[in-house]
Structures are given as structure tokens and as C-alpha cells.
Design a protein around this ligand. Structure first.
Ligand SMILES: [Zn+2]
Length: 217
């Protein structure tokens, strides 16, 4: 079990205690707690360093632990305490793409109450959200309007806040929109998202896939 400190702490530097080292082609290090976001919920993993060793990927292990896949595990010892640094530029970029998905879902479900989100994928360059519901064709017809409302909400610089217990029932809320259960990382407000654009709108077997893009503010 690893305490996922990124759920309630935005720190990108600190010290962690190593609880397991698993050598191999992709060496794994586990810690008592972590500030590295593990890949999941449609969002990429954080990158960075642990004891100055590159952290290449971060994954959820089945037993509640978080696996830090490191370039090399030589020199890392169980019980040792090491400095870590989360790559800030990468964290900020992924947080913006992830927060933009929240805003897209919030605005879309508000404008078209009969639709609901079923999946999301917020990787920079290929970000998208999938919707189902009666109004999916109407969304395509009115995608310019949807895009404009999202841009307006970015301009209003709505705060991104959290409700619930950060480790048990965390939900992310944009402005006054309905909270969405989430364990990702986020921008502080929509003003950070920059220029939003709907990149594509495709309907397949009744399911609408909206691709989106943001460019840094
Ligand atoms: Zn989120």
C-alpha cells in the first residue's frame, strides 16, 4: 500500500522512504508514499527523478502499491530515504489536458442533459472524451457553440476545487458545475487552460467521440 499524496498535496519535491526494490529489465521501486501521479483515469503518469535516477513511468500495482519504473535500481535500498522530483513541465501539461476534459464534460452535460460521459483519454495530442445519449448528433451540429461556451468558461477563470475525503471519495468540481469523482491532477483554475479547440467529432455505433486540443496560456 502506497499513500498517494498527490491526491491532496501539490508538492513536486521531497523525500520518500523506499519499501521495495524489484530489479529487472524495468526495475520497480515502491515507497511508503508518493507524489508521482500513477497512470490511470485516462491521464498519463508523472515523470521525474528518485535519488537522481530517472522515473520513467508510474503504475498502480494490484495490491494498492504504486510502482515507480526507474531507469536503474542500483544503489537504492529498502529502508533508504531518497529525494524525489516530479517533472513540473510534464505535470502541468497533463494537468491542463485532464482539467480540460472535466470542463468539456461539465459544459457538454450541462448543455445537453440527455448525454453522459462514458470514457476519457487525456494524453496530450490525442485527448478525447466519449459520450452516449439522445443528443449526440445534436452535439455534432452545435459543436461550434459548445466550443464557444467552453472558451467563455476558460475566460471566466473558474476555480477548480475538491469535495469529499481526498483518499476515499475525492471529487473535482469546476466552478459551480457538478463534482466528478476523480483521482487525477488538475490546474488551479480554468484560466490556465489556454486556447481550447474541438479537434474532431465522430459518431460510431451511437457513441460520440469528441477530440480536443489546448494550447498553453
Ligand atoms: Zn480530474
Amino acid at each position: 500500500m502506497t499513500i498517494k499524496r498527490y491526491l491532496d498535496d501539490r508538492a513536486l519535491n521531497g523525500v520518500v522512504e523506499v519499501t521495495a526494490v524489484i530489479p529487472g529489465d524495468r526495475p520497480i521501486v515502491r515507497c511508503n508514499e508518493t507524489w508521482f501521479h500513477a497512470q490511470g483515469g485516462g491521464q498519463k503518469a508523472d515523470r521525474g527523478t528518485l535519488a537522481a535516477i530517472p522515473v520513467l513511468d508510474v503504475r498502480h500495482a494490484p495490491d494498492g502499491a504504486v510502482d515507480h519504473i526507474v531507469a536503474v535500481s542500483d544503489g537504492l535500498e529498502v529502508g533508504g530515504r531518497y529525494a524525489f522530483a516530479v517533472d513540473e513541465e510534464w505535470r502541468v501539461l497533463n494537468s491542463k489536458f485532464h482539467t480540460a476534459a472535466h470542463l468539456l464534460v461539465s459544459v457538454c452535460e450541462s448543455m445537453f442533459p440527455s448525454v453522459s460521459v462514458i470514457a476519457g483519454h487525456q494524453w496530450p495530442g490525442e485527448a478525447r472524451v466519449d459520450f452516449v445519449g439522445e443528443a449526440v448528433e445534436e452535439i455534432i451540429e452545435r459543436s461550434d457553440q459548445l466550443e464557444q461556451v467552453i472558451r467563455d468558461e476558460i475566460r471566466r477563470d473558474l476555480p477548480v476545487t475538491f469535495v469529499g475525503d481526498p483518499y476515499v471519495s475525492r471529487a473535482c468540481q469546476i466552478g459551480g458545475y457538478a463534482p466528478i469523482a476523480c483521482s487525477g491532477t488538475h490546474a488551479l483554475s480554468t484560466g490556465e487552460l489556454g486556447q481550447f479547440r474541438i479537434r474532431s467529432a465522430k459518431l460510431k455505433r451511437g457513441q460520440l467521440r469528441l477530440g480536443y486540443e489546448i494550447t498553453a496560456a
